[in-house]
Write a protein that binds this ligand. Structure first.
Ligand SMILES: [Zn+2]
Length: 224
């Protein structure tokens, strides 16, 4: 069996991050820990956390670093993540979260932060083709729809184009992402934990490039 991994995956919307995280999780046999999925699940179950999240989001507020990191810390402390590692998706978003994550992992560290890079025009094209399940949030696209009549393969929910997936809105979100993530990228780069991975082309090729980046980083680590 391949060794596990402690991997953070970054990438703007439309970079194919979700797809790669699922594949990486299968390859390394580690949980795919997505803060987006966890937040959606918390809202759905109506837990104390879920109510807090819903309240914050409904009022247009931003979820605080504390809340996100508490949720991530809980998940990372579970046996599967402790034993083999994780693919972390959606966190960290800020350098403060990155610092907290580094503390959580001590005495260990991340193996790598993989930043999947695609040009904005390509991200725009992918996002315009994107369709999403209104119930569970799973992504589809015009070129890979659900098997039956735009009903979600996972939960049977309705699969639609998000109302905020207009080109103008998408462009704004992409710009916001770049602005917010730039300090985080610098932070990991200065600690020599970042690998930029070319996200253009078929998903299999992108996956191979990420796995190669992890292996290269590990090889360098043992030489030191
Ligand atoms: Zn669904």
């Amino acid at each position: 069996m391949v060794p596990g991994v402690r991997l953070v995956v970054l990438g703007k919307q439309g970079a194919g991050k979700g797809t790669q995280c699922v594949r990486l999780s299968h390859h390394y046999v580690v949980p795919h820990i997505s803060t987006g999925d966890m937040l959606r699940a918390a809202i759905k179950t109506g837990s104390a956390l879920g109510l807090k999240v819903k309240e914050t989001m409904d009022s247009g507020g931003l979820l605080g670093d504390d809340l996100i990191m508490e949720m991530v810390a809980d998940r990372l402390s579970e046996p599967d993540a402790r034993a083999r590692g994780f693919i972390l998706d959606g966190c960290p978003r800020t350098t403060l979260q990155a610092e907290t994550l580094a503390e959580l992992l001590k005495p260990g560290t991340l193996d790598l932060v993989a930043d999947i890079e695609v040009p904005t025009v390509q991200a725009l094209r992918r996002l315009a083709a994107r369709r999403v399940c209104i119930d569970c949030g799973v992504n589809y696209s015009v070129s890979s729809p659900p098997k039956v009549n735009w009903m979600c393969d996972v939960c049977g929910g309705e699969v639609v184009q998000r109302e905020d997936d207009t080109e103008e809105a998408i462009r704004r979100r992409l710009e916001l992402y770049e602005r917010q993530t730039a300090p985080l990228i610098d932070w990991y780069e200065s600690r020599n934990q970042l690998a930029k991975v070319n996200g253009i082309g078929p998903p299999d090729g992108v996956l191979r490039r990420i796995i190669r980046a992890v292996e290269e980083r590990r090889a360098t680590g043992t030489r030191r």
